[in-house]
Design a protein around this ligand. Structure first.
Ligand SMILES: NC(=O)c1ccc[n+]([C@@H]2O[C@H](COP(=O)([O-])OP(=O)(O)OC[C@H]3O[C@@H](n4cnc5c(N)ncnc54)[C@H](OP(=O)(O)O)[C@@H]3O)[C@@H](O)[C@H]2O)c1
Length: 274
């Protein structure tokens, strides 16, 4: 596709969302950078203005449908807004936390997407969902987050088929480790460490995440890969914007699911693969 028309980005106040908003504006889209607190977007608008790129900051909280106000002329929707939650075993994670995660990561994304479809149908375009490469890894203590992202994955597969006749492509971006507040906040000993029977596994999770080989990718670099996929009419559904996501996606594509999961199961449980 050509970089023309409006690209609407959710969760653009910081992190991956603000980097995508800037990159899409740089490529030539008119970007609507939406966020819960528009006053946090002043710096973003100023950075875009410096290069003459078109970017406006608008209010949108994906969990509050009354704030969803989408423009005519939309060609791209980037569903980026997301939250992570605590790192508790399923046995102990309160159901309210699951509901909170699903409210933002799935239902919020869904409502914005539903309302975007009539706009996108007018001229074709792209729905770009920012998922997570964690859906490809049987990571303990991230079940609620991973389940919310896996639901986005299934939603994207069906949408891709439904929307193809209208010339609308669907992308599922699978970040591995991108240098954002979310990644920093997530880098602590899992809450599971204090739960009987889970301590050893929680320590392993913490150790593996601190591996220097898993250095996070700058947001700007991830944004370039995401913008490339948006503009590439031949892009596959699933795109990894960083080396860790790419390695996980390649392993997942190359093997059957059980073969991919067994070594990870063995690692996290401290037992040999059976
Ligand atoms: N960083 C990674 O390594 C990584 C890995 C896998 C997947 N991801 C995914 O990438 C996306 C962006 O994450 P990030 O790393 O950039 O995280 P981040 O730095 O924590 O930014 C999250 C963004 O989402 C916004 N947001 C949260 N709840 C919202 C709501 N109800 N309505 C509108 N906006 C909301 C936040 O807005 P406020 O400023 O108002 O809080 C913020 O702009 C997420 O979907 C995340 O799951 C990230």
């Amino acid at each position: 596709m050509q970089a023309e028309g409006i690209a609407f980005v959710t969760g653009a106040s910081r992190g991956i969302g603000s980097a995508i908003a800037l990159e899409l504006a740089r490529r030539g889209f008119e970007v609507w950078a939406s966020m819960r607190e528009p006053e946090h977007g002043a710096g973003l608008a100023a950075r875009a203005a410096l290069t003459g790129a078109k970017l406006r900051v608008v209010h949108l909280d994906v969990t509050r449908p009354e704030t969803i106000d989408l423009p005519d002329g939309m060609r791209v929707l980037v569903n980026n807004a997301g939250i992570e939650g605590s790192q508790l075993p399923v046995e102990h994670a309160p159901i309210e936390e699951w509901r909170t995660l699903f409210e933002t990561n799935l239902f919020g994304l869904l409502e914005v997407t539903r309302r975007s479809i009539p706009k996108l149908r007018a001229g074709g375009g792209v729905v770009c969902n920012v998922g997570s490469a964690s859906v490809l890894v049987p990571m303990p203590f991230f079940a609620a987050y991973r389940a919310s992202k896996a639901a986005v994955s299934a939603l994207g597969e069906s949408l891709r088929t439904e929307l193809a006749p209208f010339g609308i492509r669907v992308l599922e971006i699978l970040p591995g480790a991108i240098d954002t507040d979310m990644l920093v906040r997530s880098d602590h000993a899992p809450e599971a460490v204090g739960r009987a029977g889970y301590t050893e596994m929680a320590e392993r999770v913490h150790r593996v995440r601190r591996n220097p080989a898993l250095a996070p990718t700058p947001t700007e670099q991830a944004a370039v890969a995401i913008a490339d996929a948006i503009l590439n009419d031949g892009a596959p559904l699933r795109v990894a914007p960083d080396p860790m996501g790419a390695a996980l996606l390649a392993a997942w594509r190359a093997q059957d699911d059980e073969a991919t999961m067994r070594p990870m199961l063995a690692f996290f449980t401290g037992r040999e693969a059976g």
